[in-house]
Design a binder for this molecule. Sequence first.
Ligand SMILES: Cc1ncc(COP(=O)(O)O)c(C=O)c1O
Length: 390
Amino acid sequence: MYTSLKPILETELQSIKDQSLWKDERVIMSPQGREITVGDKKLLNFCANNYLGFSGTDGVREASDAALARWGFGQASVRFICGTQGIHKELERATAEFLRFDDAILYSSCFMANVGLFQTFFGPDDAIISDELNHASIIDAIRLTKSERLVYAHMDMADLEEKLKSVQDKRLRVIATDGVFSMDGHIAPLNEICDLADKYNALVMVDDAHATGVLGATGRGTPEFTGTEGRVDFLTGTYGKALGGAGGAFIVSHQEVVDYLRQRSRTYLFSNAMEVGTCGASLYTLDYIQKHPELVEKLRSNTALFRQLMSEAGFNVAGGEHPITPIMFAEEKDAVDTARKLFDEGIYVVGFSFPVVPKGKARIRVQISAAHTEDDIRLLVEKFVTVNKK
Ligand SMILES: Cc1ncc(COP(=O)(O)O)c(C=O)c1O
């Protein structure tokens, strides 16, 4: 009877509002892109994970349309029963080749890839050592295992080493980290992580959702950026950010790992095959970025220009080389107010304050895209300056 749940939800919903944690979703009335329409207002968009600018383009839509025309709308089946089509195998091959792993396996989302990974390999005899700021999907995925769980301080290699030492009696040890941490734009020190993994006989798992197509000279992600290709054991990623933006995801790994996932991974086995339109669009974006390395370069130069101009204008610019660029504010209120004023000026960014981020770490998280022009970046900085003066 719903009467038992209703009062609980009413109290919870009110409590979310009372704590100022209520999330209002702005309704976008245009395709995703460099410019979007909210209501009847046109805005320059600086808060999507559309790093390479593919979302909303004719190229991805046409590739998706062509795949739908060739392969039909949906499989109405999981992969192992009646759901594997030629295009799924083609995308797995293309993804593994691009990222230089033995093989790839598709999932409906990166959340599901993470959930499907840990419980397949790690049980009560094993230990999982996870960065404290890892994405929610890694945290939930680890909770679903019966392994010993250890959390190390964010990117703190001394703490990671201590944790590794403490689980030397376990059958397996795995270090789990985001390649890029989405709130701060921090890039995981994979070099040091892989060195520790070698020293303490541990496996390395990286969630490169924000890095595939973004980091490294040719967009092969955090391993390419940090020079650790060949040293990461499991890498999860998404087609739902830089590689098109619709959804779908993958794990790339050693051959035996992928073979075993196909036999045992529950979120693969018991969930529909990845949608073919998205497969077609993802094949298109993978091919495009390999033929057009200037796209990744444009993202890098846009990011560098924004960081430089904002620093020169006196703003506190956090993060590093990743296009996630947090602009820090001393006062909580200023971050949220500045984002609101920027919206009025035709710029779409989001302000984060406590309790979404720690006290004293309020910020506007700006996300740069290769689709932005140099003029867009200069205008963004100008607007930050104008609004802050006001
Ligand atoms: C680090 C990280 N991992 C996983 C995910 C989930 O990706 P997907 O949308 O493909 O489920 C996200 C998305 O926000 C993410 O930022």
